[in-house]
Design a protein around this ligand. Structure first.
Ligand code: AMP
Ligand code: MN
Length: 398
């Protein structure tokens, strides 16, 4: 997922339905890697196309959602009125998100209605935020110098519940796509699919050799820290510091800028003439509640983006680059942090989504509960994804 707004409402298929021990009126639905509780008398069947609303959806006040009012109604100055979907547990069963029949909404039931179709905007679903995003206003004067630079990428990963199938497929076979020109009225040959833009693509599955299989199974696992996303870059002498979505105006009192300079990460890039962006999590006092209880601000690095080649360095190259900066004496080693590395893991040790979620349920640096873990392919250009700790989500304030 690159620079993507979250697709909070999508058309998906019910993959499985199971009873919940000790409960008669409710059942457990499986939708991709998500599990959710639904009333039995909703009448869903395995294979049904539905609208799936992810956790963090803030649903509009319309009759179709009125049944949520007692549990989910929220009214805030920045989002207005709506119904908030959060992680809950019912009869010991975790429940994340909401499934609704397509017929519940007045939406055109046309050919565009395929799995994965994004209905977030059409249905007026917003992303729930407890408070408006301040981009670090409480950390000293924060003024935008501009938008997030277009030659960089915003940091983000897809959730394992949404991408498990894709990741597993990537690790086991290679799919070759060949774009075809087909006349309007031609029959569609086997193995050919129509894309959203109307063109046709032939997908061919190519087996990987043993070496590729081994390589593609390897992922770096790091701790997901809960701070503020921070980017420090140099590009042909133009340099800057960014929060999650903005490039920040230089200010001696701004914590992002202070940290970029104190850690000497910014000077290191400028003096070395490196055209890269270093990305990490700004952690410390006044940031996201400082759940790690840190005494001073730190920049916990998790990525290096090569601006000229427009790609992230794979984990081994990233480490090599950071060690080089440290060895050259360019970075202040005292302040040199990386997100805690939990080692290289093999996908074969994670046969199901639940195995990833189990790995996410762990303590953090000082906090009792980590927000989760992030997986990054050891292979250049391979996938990255995150697993958020369910117990962390359940403990979040209602
Ligand atoms: P979220 O916080 O759910 O928006 O998840 C994405 C964010 O996690 C990124 O924008 C980063 O700021 C942050 N993050 C924290 N720890 C890591 C890590 N180890 N690797 C990558 N991103 C991380
Ligand atoms: Mn975050």
């Amino acid at each position: 997922m690159i620079d993507g707004e979250r697709k909070l409402a999508t058309i998906r298929r019910i993959a499985d339905i199971n009873p919940i021990p000790g409960a008669d009126a409710i059942i457990r639905l499986t939708v991709d890697g998500w599990e959710l509780v639904s009333a039995k008398d909703n009448g869903f069947a395995i294979g049904d196309l539905i609208v799936y609303f992810e956790i963090d959806s803030f649903l509009p006040v319309i009759p179709a959602f009125e049944f949520l009012r007692s549990r989910c109604y929220k009214s805030t100055a920045h989002l207005g009125e709506g119904f908030r979907l959060r992680t809950i547990k019912l009869r010991g069963q975790i429940s994340q998100g909401l499934a609704m029949p397509l017929s519940a909404f007045d939406i055109p039931n046309d050919a565009a209605f395929v799995e994965g179709y994004d209905l977030t905007e059409l249905l007026g679903v917003k992303k729930w935020e407890a408070a408006p995003e301040r981009e670090g206003n409480s950390f000293g004067p924060t003024k935008a110098r501009g938008n997030f630079p277009s030659f960089l990428r915003k940091t983000d990963q897809d959730r394992i519940q949404n991408c498990f199938g894709k990741v597993k497929q990537w690790a086991t076979v290679s799919i070759q796509n060949e774009i075809l020109e087909l006349p309007e009225d031609a029959a569609i040959p086997d193995g050919v699919y129509k894309m959203a833009d109307g063109r046709y693509v032939r997908k061919t599955v190519v087996a990987l050799n043993d070496n590729e299989l081994l390589e593609r199974g390897q992922f770096e696992m790091t701790l997901k820290l809960e701070g503020s996303s921070m980017t420090v870059y140099n590009y042909d002498g133009q340099y800057g510091v960014c929060s999650r979505n903005l490039e920040l105006k230089r200010d001696a009192e701004n914590v992002f800028w202070k940290t970029a300079v104190n850690t000497r990460v910014l000077p290191a890039l400028i003096h070395g003439g490196y055209n890269v962006a270093i990305q990490g999590e700004l952690m410390g006092p006044n940031i996201q509640g400082n759940i790690e209880n840190l005494a001073i601000h730190g920049f916990y690095i998790f990525d290096v983006f090569d601006i000229e080649r427009q790609k992230y360095l794979p984990p081994a190259e990233r480490l090599e680059f950071l060690v080089k900066l440290a060895n050259e004496g360019l970075i202040d080693v005292q302040h040199f942090n990386r997100v805690p590395n939990l080692g290289v893991v093999s996908l074969t040790d994670f046969p199901t989504v639940k195995d990833f979620l189990a790995a996410a349920d762990r303590p953090s640096i000082n906090a009792k509960r980590a927000e989760g873990v992030v997986f990054k392919s050891m292979v250049d250009g391979g996938p990255t994804f995150k697993a958020i700790n369910d117990n962390y989500l359940l403990a979040q304030a209602g």
